[in-house]
Design a protein around this ligand. Structure first.
Ligand code: BGN
Length: 371
């Protein structure tokens, strides 16, 4: 028969165990108290050392910009991004990036520091090259994503968007480019036509596999929101702070959306005739349905965006014709869109953080109206 430990040994063990449990209990209570007292950073630091057993890692976490990686309210989108290793392997021999990027970390803090400059953004993104292009340094991305941003007089917003978008896309290990399509002149703004121009101009440069059509004032808040395309056109900005992090209505397609070139061409692109605010995004949603496609969406947990607060723009007043136009989309979508857009590129500048395309898109009367 097996011998069980003698009675005194068992008592000794159980009393040791009791002390250990008591000791750990006291530790936990102290930690909880400290945490309540506002020592979150230090406590998190301690836990991190326990978990990783790596003081060097923990030291980098203590730097001001990267503190408290566990709490999304403090997580810095740039944290540890510079640790990406430059590979010594020749570019054409790089392995494919993994299906899930190991750099993705979930929600991050979005604030708008008043002192931020484009120079700062540039300094923080040393691997971004001329024209706002990037490819992962250590692997070959399976995704080539172009971000198209319609723009006029919103330099301030653009700076913040670039500040967050560059590290966000790098964390996803994408091969990407950022295009700002700047409407020249003072005539009423036309978002959808600028998006059409963005598609055409970006595709001249590279075989992008996915286009993100992106408002300048929307900042993503979670890097699990992948900037890649789905089987169906994707409406991406589904949980905006402005709408209480919910969809304002079921067919809403505004803010940020993503389509493959095939999906875009199948629906004849976007309408060219919505001048001013509103309705063009609803028209795009109708086109998706009319061309026999569905709308795909990320989950509400990750499709979160913060909108930079601003006044209504001059030159982008509500479009009174939008109701009539929208009622006619079924009849007009094949005659107006990708196949009919007229525009004139005035300049194309390869800026350090984006490609700036300034374009004359004319007016309702056409590109060169006779006066
Ligand atoms: C809708 C607008 C959208 C806008 C959302 C959110 C119209 C068309 C009415 C028939 N649509 O009302 O363009 O993105 O609100 O602000 O105005």
């Amino acid at each position: 028969p097996k011998r069980s430990p003698s009675r005194p040994t068992r008592t000794m063990m159980s009393s040791k165990l009791r002390y250990l449990v008591m000791f750990l209990g006291v530790q936990l209570v102290v930690m909880a108290l400290l945490y309540r007292e506002g020592y979150q950073k230090r406590v998190a630091y301690f836990f991190r050392i326990l978990r990783k057993g790596e003081v060097s890692q923990a030291t980098t976490v203590m730097q001001p910009a990267t503190h408290n990686v566990t709490d999304p309210r403090f997580r810095d989108i740039y944290a540890n991004l510079s640790l990406q290793a430059k590979s010594t392997v020749k570019e054409e021999l790089l392995p494919y990036c993994p299906t899930e990027s190991p750099l993705i970390s979930g929600p991050f803090r979005v604030t708008f520091p008043s002192k931020l400059t484009l120079e700062d953004v540039k300094r923080k993104n040393p691997l971004v090259v001329r024209g706002g292009r990037y490819r992962p340094p250590d692997c070959e991305s399976k995704h080539r994503t172009a971000v198209i941003i319609p723009h006029r007089n919103r330099e301030h917003h653009l700076k913040y968007l670039l500040y967050y978008l560059h590290p966000f896309l790098q964390r996803q290990q994408l091969n990407y480019g950022i295009y700002v399509i700047h409407q020249a002149g003072n005539y009423t703004f036309n978002r959808a036509k600028l998006l059409n121009v963005g598609f055409k101009e970006a595709m001249k440069e590279e075989e992008w596999t996915c286009m993100f059509y992106h408002d300048v004032d929307l900042i993503p808040e979670d890097d699990r929101n992948l900037y890649t395309c789905d089987r169906h056109p994707k409406h991406v900005s589904i949980a905006m702070d402005k709408f209480g992090y919910k969809l304002p209505y079921n067919t809403y397609f505004g803010g940020v959306s993503a389509l493959t070139p095939e999906q875009y061409l199948k629906m004849n692109g976007f309408p060219n005739n919505y001048w001013g605010w509103g309705g063009e995004d609803d028209d795009i949603a109708v086109r998706v349905a009319l061309s026999g496609m569905l709308i795909s969406r990320p989950s509400v947990q990750v499709g979160r965006y913060k909108m930079i607060k601003h006044e209504h723009d001059k030159g982008n007043e509500e479009n009174p014709k939008r109701f009539n136009l929208l009622a006619k989309t079924r009849r007009t979508w094949k005659q107006d869109g990708m196949n009919t857009m007229e525009y004139r590129v005035l300049s194309k500048e390869y800026m350090p953080l984006y490609t700036n395309i300034t374009v004359d898109i004319g007016s309702e009367k056409g590109l060169h109206p006779r006066t």
